[in-house]
Ligand binder design. Sequence first.
Ligand code: GDP
Ligand code: MG
Length: 254
Amino acid sequence: RSMLPPVKKDRIITELPKCFSPSAALHTKEAFHPQVKAVCQTKKRGTVGFNIAKVIVVGDVAVGKTCLISRFCKGAFDKNYKATIGVDFEMERFEVLGVPFSLQLWDTAGQERFKCIASTYYRGAQAIIVVFDLSSAGSLAHARQWLEDAMKENDPSSVLLFLVGTKKDLSSPEQLAYVEQEAIRLSEEIRAEYWAVSAKSGRDFFFRVASLTFEANVLAELERRGSRDVGDIIRITGSTEDVRKPTKRKSNCC
Ligand code: GDP
Ligand code: MG
């Protein structure tokens, strides 16, 4: 059993990161839920029982899904290695309120080209990121369908949704204003948090995803346990080995 090295300094979250647009946010609270803060303060040591969130990224071909993930996950495994061992996600490690927490970021790896994504890809997601290209109205129009497909495999009450526009640099200000208005309207309707990303804001976005999934995980765990043994909720597991095992993709699709 190997102990993981400490989380990098630039992945430490101590305050709840702000949303992108208050008119299309999952919530606009300024701080982490008080109960979540309390539970993290009383932790003994080591990692938590709820220390990983599966995050899936969907959207049309070429909207920029892979770029969005890889811009953030620098120094991750190289593509050939991943393809060989069959792993199609990146692990990004954080520390939230002093507790180790990882995002397991799944990339479609080209499956979206056939509009047919293996159900194992969608299953058990804690967050769904629907990506569209701000300079292509068609990609926003398809966002709803991507979301519906992804939701078929998930429990709507336990999934956080994000609608993310990329390629901000390719749009004129007028075009951007128009598409954003449409995107915010859709976000409100599907209850997603809206973000427009550039190379710079990609980091803020993933910090927000990490914080909100962490908060949701802790709250769900508290609810499940009826808020009893608060101190016991944080377990010492020492390793995240199990979840790192590569998953076999179903081949009877398409
Ligand atoms: P995917 O098919 O959704 O994974 O899309 P990719 O991440 O492979 O990106 C498709 C193309 O869009 C590539 O040529 C990228 O260089 C380009 N691209 C991605 N993000 C941006 C962006 O923010 N701005 C611009 N100008 N191009 C981008
Ligand atoms: Mg891709």
